[in-house]
Each structure stands twice: as C-alpha cells, then as structure tokens.
Design a protein around this ligand. Structure first.
Ligand code: NAP
Length: 300
C-alpha cells in the first residue's frame, strides 16, 4: 500500500492514467498537474497547477515517458496550457523525493543532479524493457501487415539485434511462420538465435543477408542499414526501424531507391496504451513502495 505517500503527476498520455488509477487504488495521496481537460474525474486525486507550493510535499514525482523536451517542456494530452519544468520546481522538492520518467533528456538529468534529487529512468530497467517489448512487437507486426501486400507467414524476415526488443520480435515472427534470420554481433546471441530454431548471422554479413529480404526489423540504435546495405535489397523489401530516433536506417537513400522504410517510435503507447500503462503502473507502484520502505529503514 502507498498510504501516506504523496505522488504528484505532471502531464502524460493515456498510459499515465493507468498509473494514476493504481496509485489511488493503493491509497496514495495523488496530485494531478496538467490534467485540466481530463474528462473522467478520478475520485481520490486532486487537480492542481504547476507550482512549488504543490510540489513541495511530494514523495514521488511522475513525469511522462518522454520526460521533458530539451527546454523542460512536459507534454500532456490532457492540458492545453504549456507546462515547463524549471529549476525552482525541482529545487522545492523534498530531498528524498524521487523523480520517475521513461527516458530523460540531458535537461532533466542536469536539473535533478544539480539539486541532488534521484531520477529513475524506467525504460533503462530490464524488466520494463522486456514487458514493453510485447506491445512493441505487436505494433511492429501491425505496421508490417498494414504496409505490405504479403503475409508474414512464409516471408523472409530479418531482425537486427537480439536485445530485449529484438528477441521478442524474432519470437513472434517465428510463431507466425516467417523464415526468420537474426543479425547480432555477440557469439552468445548467435548461439541463442540458433537455439531458438532461427538462422543466425553476424552483423558484418548483413549485405549478403538482405538480398532476398521481405521484411527487415531493425532494433539496433546505430546506423546499420547504410546505403551500401540498402543497395543490396530487393525493391519490394519493407524496413521497419524500431530503434530510437534517428533509427539505424539511411532513410534518404531508401527513399531514393523506392524502398519503403519507416521509423516507428513509441509503439507501446500507440497500439496498447492501456497495457503499456499497466506495465508502468506495476513497476512504479513497486518502486515507490520500496523507496518508502528504504527511507523508513534509514530513519528507523
Ligand atoms: P537492447 O536490449 O539494448 O538491444 C539493443 C541490441 O542492439 C543489443 O543486442 C546490442 O547488442 C545491439 N547493438 C547495439 N549496437 C550495435 C552495433 N553497432 N552492431 C550490432 N549490434 C548492436 O535495447 P532494446 O530494449 O531491445 O531496444 C532497442 C531499441 O529499440 C532502442 O533504441 C529502444 O529505444 C528502441 N525501442 C523502441 C520501441 C518502439 O516502440 N519503437 C520500443 C522499445 C524500444 P550488444 O548486446 O552486442 O551490445
């Protein structure tokens, strides 16, 4: 339970509502900042403006998955006013208050470290990234189906990277009957791909591998689908780049060659906001409870 814990939310999207619901259910005191246009009124949560007076009592401050932009602006689909998180807002937090976000920009990291406030980036955590790979892989399948005229079953599908997203992607493609090849650079990853009944290749062989590809799903966050690689692909190939911006594809060259290539960021929030929100809610409520226990132990 989070009885006696004050959790403040600034902005967000449908995913945040799942976290709000969970915090209320666990008996936290919940303050919503930047939710002015939210139609359903949560019983047990109070809407307030972004002021130091509101923030000074918070034990946990929850920002949206993307945190702030480079200038401190926080997005909220529930508010038409601009929300800018400034140094005074972080300075007025209690020293034990923890700021949670998905991924922090340097702006937020600098602000919190200057004020010695702990910052937790949820998407850095293995558990969150693995749970998130479920809606990501489903969203990638949806896009592959929408943008091509062939079935995934029987297709020549390539997954680049066997990290948390790549593994789930390879698994769902295999389950749908695709002929799946996975490119990785670590020997243990190549061994795992083989163990899964898929075809491994070293990433250095990518040029030879793409010559008959129908689908290429990239999860490697660096330029792997270069012009030289794309030049080897059939014109009918479809590239779906799942890696964080700017992705790992030379999109300019793909367009020049007439190959369809899309960057698809933020799929969990797009295809399954409720599930993606529940993933965050589960982890956040546990972390906030742990934060409280460890504070209690320090004082006790
Ligand atoms: P991850 O677990 O770190 O996996 C990334 C993989 O890329 C690792 O296996 C890594 O291999 C490999 N890699 C990195 N640089 C490489 C290189 N130069 N050559 C070959 N392999 C390389 O990360 P993740 O959680 O799967 O996420 C992957 C990307 O997808 C990230 O950019 C993440 O932000 C993004 N993402 C997007 C969505 C979406 O909705 N589109 C959702 C979730 C995540 P090593 O282990 O050998 O380093």
């Amino acid at each position: 339970m989070l009885t006696g814990i004050h959790v403040a939310f600034i902005g967000g999207d449908a995913r945040q509502l799942e976290v709000v619901k969970r915090c209320i259910q666990l008996d936290a005191t919940v303050t919503l900042i930047g939710f002015d246009n939210l139609e359903s009124n949560f019983t047990g949560a109070t809407k307030r403006p972004l002021t130091c007076d509101v923030l000074k009592d918070a034990d946990a401050l929850i920002l949206p998955i993307v945190g702030t932009d480079d200038n401190g602006f926080v997005e909220s689909i529930f508010c038409s006013k601009q929300l800018q998180l400034q140094v005074e807002h972080i300075a007025c937090l209690k020293k034990h208050c923890v700021v949670y976000t998905g991924m922090a920009k340097p702006y937020l990291r600098t602000l919190t470290s200057a004020e010695q406030i702990s910052l937790v980036e949820l998407l850095d955590r293995d558990d969150v990234a693995i749970y998130n790979s479920i809606p990501t892989a489903e969203g990638a399948l949806m896009m592959a189906i929408q943008h091509t005229d062939i079935t995934i079953h029987g297709s020549q599908s390539i997954v680049l990277g066997l990290g948390r997203t790549g593994l789930s992607m390879a698994r769902v493609l295999h389950a749908l009957g695709a002929r799946v090849r996975v490119g990785a650079r670590r020997q243990e990853h190549l061994a795992r791909i083989y163990e899964m009944g898929l075809t491994p290749f070293h990433i250095s062989e990518i040029r030879q591998q793409v010559t008959n590809a129908d689908f290429i799903f990239n999860t490697i966050p660096s330029l792997v689908l270069t012009a030289e690689v794309i030049a080897q692909m059939p014109q009918t190939a479809f590239i779906l780049d799942l890696a964080s911006k700017p992705g790992g594809t030379d999109f300019r060259y793909a367009q020049r060659r007439g190959i369809k290539a899309l960057l698809a960021p933020g799929l969990p929030g797009i295809v399954a906001p409720k599930s993606a929100g529940q993933i965050l809610a589960q982890t956040l409520s546990r972390l906030i409870a742990e934060q409280t226990i460890s504070r209690g132990n320090q004082h006790g």
